[in-house]
Design a protein around this ligand. Structure first.
Ligand code: BTN
Length: 284
């Protein structure tokens, strides 16, 4: 913009009006000194960013490597499910970490990514989301995102961890009829598109600061916050076992990430993995 002979640069807050590819240069600038700026790997098309990050991890890539893709041809979720997402509208990425920890502590990292994502979404769009154990982000009864955590261990020591996040951002899920569960997106909830770069930068910066805190051994605060943001705790839930359906009240998540449920016979049931259905949902 020119006023007389003075040139004024106006920094316009970037809010996209239509889909375009993620811009690694914007990410790099936004990330500044963050360790996530050191090895940003961007693919237009990949099979799965988690698979690529695992390969990089096995080949010695540095901690803080971020693998992103616009399109995944074999995106994976928990329990061998597929992760479906149209290209150029959502966030699909994986983080490579090399934390000095034991395998049973890795749930703490999934927890941090869930919290960092919730914070980033709130800061950038105003949307409040919650956590559904063990790794989902929800708005009301609809899934906003999911985390897939994978690790490589030597003995019981972690060699590397890959944290993959699929987050529905500028997608209109009403366009997709063949989805197996109710999904939503930031756009569907707020009616507004957001800059995916800005959102990713916010989430990564948050995650990095939480991660540094976690490595000093300060973890209680994160468990508290995770529990506060959980849609399950204190709620009546049901889950399937080989012996049938068990109903009870979700009481807490233990340090290994297992969900402790007080069943209707007053017995504590420890759920290490799987899915639970919430019989009542608390909306924000
Ligand atoms: C789930 O809900 O079960 C977890 C879904 C995780 C999907 C993300 S998308 C980016 C990364 N790459 C993958 O193949 N999966 C994760």
């Amino acid at each position: 913009m020119n006023i007389g002979n003075v040139q004024i640069m106006i920094e316009v807050e970037e809010v996209p009006s239509k889909s375009r590819s993620l811009q690694p240069s914007i990410l790099r600038k936004g990330l500044g000194q963050s360790f996530f700026a050191t090895n940003l790997v961007f693919h237009e098309i990949a099979d799965s960013t988690n698979s690529l990050a695992r390969e990089l991890g096995a080949n010695g890539a540095p901690e803080g490597t971020v693998v992103m893709a616009e399109v995944q041809t074999a995106g994976r979720g928990r329990m061998e499910r597929r992760w479906l997402s149209p290209g150029y509208v959502n966030l699909l990425f994986s983080l490579l970490l090399r934390p000095p920890m034991k395998a049973e502590q890795v749930f703490g990292l999934t927890m941090l990514l869930a919290l960092a994502s919730i914070d980033g979404v709130k800061e950038v769009s105003g949307l409040a989301s919650r956590i559904k154990w063990p790794n989902d982000l929800y708005v009301g009864r609809k899934k906003l995102g999911g985390i897939l955590t994978e690790l490589s261990v030597r003995g019981n020591d972690v060699e590397y961890v890959v944290l993959g996040l699929g987050l529905n951002v500028n997608w209109n899920p009403a366009d997709e009829e063949s989805l197996p569960y109710s999904v939503t997106s930031i756009l569907a909830e707020t009616g507004k598109m957001v800059s995916r770069e800005r959102l990713l930068v916010r989430m990564l910066k948050r995650f990095e600061s939480y991660y540094r805190q976690l490595l000093t051994g300060e973890i209680d605060e994160f468990y508290e916050r995770w529990n506060e943001r959980s849609i399950l705790l204190g709620k009546r839930v049901e889950f399937e076992t080989v012996d049938g359906t068990i109903c009870g009240k979700a009481s807490r998540v233990d340090r290994s990430g297992a969900l402790i449920i007080l069943d209707d016979d007053g017995q504590e049931q420890k759920l290490v993995c799987g899915d639970v259905s919430v019989l009542e949902v608390q909306d924000e």
